[in-house]
Design a protein around this ligand. Structure first.
Ligand SMILES: C[S@@+](CC[C@H](N)C(=O)[O-])C[C@H]1O[C@@H](n2cnc3c(N)ncnc32)[C@H](O)[C@@H]1O
Length: 285
């Protein structure tokens, strides 16, 4: 593991981190989430705010959707920790900064961040460079989901206890993976200890988007393709629920982006509102 080559993270992971930071910089309070550590990790250079994908107006819906899902996960982890769950697995963690932002809560957990080997090596290096300790409860586990690697085995080697419940989170990942890879991951998670919870985002097919959000999705689709990380998988809510049930989950619920918008944005007076296009699966074993 120590010999893994460092590789700057995917554009996709940097973009979501920058949107989280931008929320603090351009949107008035109250902030749905406060996260500038991803920006520090990415260190994108002084002109990052001039990038077209950072246009404060044109991409405000995406920015809002990203902070909404991040806040939903923060709230879920707080709730699960109160229930006594002690293991938190972040699949496709990218520049996730929960461990650095919420050290008190995080240190009550064992956190396993899973991502591509090069990204993990880079993140470890950047965290140390910025003066963040990598505590013994935080494990960066290198895995390529498409390489038929047994990520559960790798988790176990890193100290994950499959006999105890866990909360597993995957945000912004399924659109880059084949449906077969995601179905296999779902089956593995469904086999975890009873009382485990999965929260996983998925992209909706264009026809299920609000009309106003369709051009935005087309633009981000083209951008993803051009950056070498094309969106390859879209799901209807019914399809994702069926996949979860087939995988063996006890319970599976669809959490719509609209519900998150209502929960976290209803009282805002600045017009900031998440775009439609990404929903969540919340499933329990
Ligand atoms: C859009 S980012 C999401 C990062 C973070 N979860 C968030 O919400 O900001 C997608 C992440 O999935 C990871 N990823 C994509 N394909 C992967 C694969 N085949 N194996 C492991 N990780 C992968 C990327 O490296 C990247 O960090």
């Amino acid at each position: 593991m120590a010999h893994e080559q460092m590789q700057a993270p995917d554009n996709t992971a940097v973009r979501t981190a920058l949107w989280r930071a931008m929320h603090l910089q351009v949107d008035p309070p109250p902030h749905v989430i406060e996260d500038e550590i991803g920006l520090q990790l990415a260190a994108p250079g002084d002109d990052w705010r001039a990038r077209p994908d950072m246009d404060p107006q044109a991409t405000s819906g995406f920015r809002a959707a990203i902070v909404a899902r991040a806040r939903f996960i923060d709230d879920l982890i707080a709730e699960q920790t109160d229930r006594g769950v002690t293991q938190y697995v972040i699949l496709g963690a990218g520049l996730d900064t929960f461990a650095q932002r919420k050290p008190e809560l995080a240190s009550r957990l064992r956190i396993f961040e899973v991502d591509q080997p090069g990204t993990q090596a880079w993140k470890r290096h950047r965290l140390v460079e910025l003066g963040y300790r990598i505590p013994d409860w935080l494990h960066l586990v290198p895995v390529d989901f498409e390489a038929s690697e047994d990520w559960l085995k790798k988790l176990a080697t890193a100290g994950f206890d499959a006999s105890r419940p866990a909360v597993i989170v995957s945000t912004g990942v399924t659109m880059y993976l084949t449906k077969d890879a995601t179905a296999a991951t779902l089956r593995q998670i469904a086999g975890l200890a009873p009382g485990s919870t999965l929260a996983m985002t998925f992209l909706l097919p264009t026809e299920l988007l609000d009309d106003a959000d369709r051009p935005g999705l087309q633009t981000s689709r083209r951008g993803a393709q051009a950056s070498g990380t094309p969106f390859i998988s879209f799901y209807t809510p019914l399809e994702v629920l069926a996949l979860a049930r087939e995988a063996g989950f006890e319970d599976a619920r669809h959490v719509s982006g609209a519900l998150l918008a209502e929960r976290y944005f209803a009282d805002r007076t600045d017009g900031l509102r998440p775009s439609s296009g990404e929903d969540l699966l919340l499933a329990t074993t």
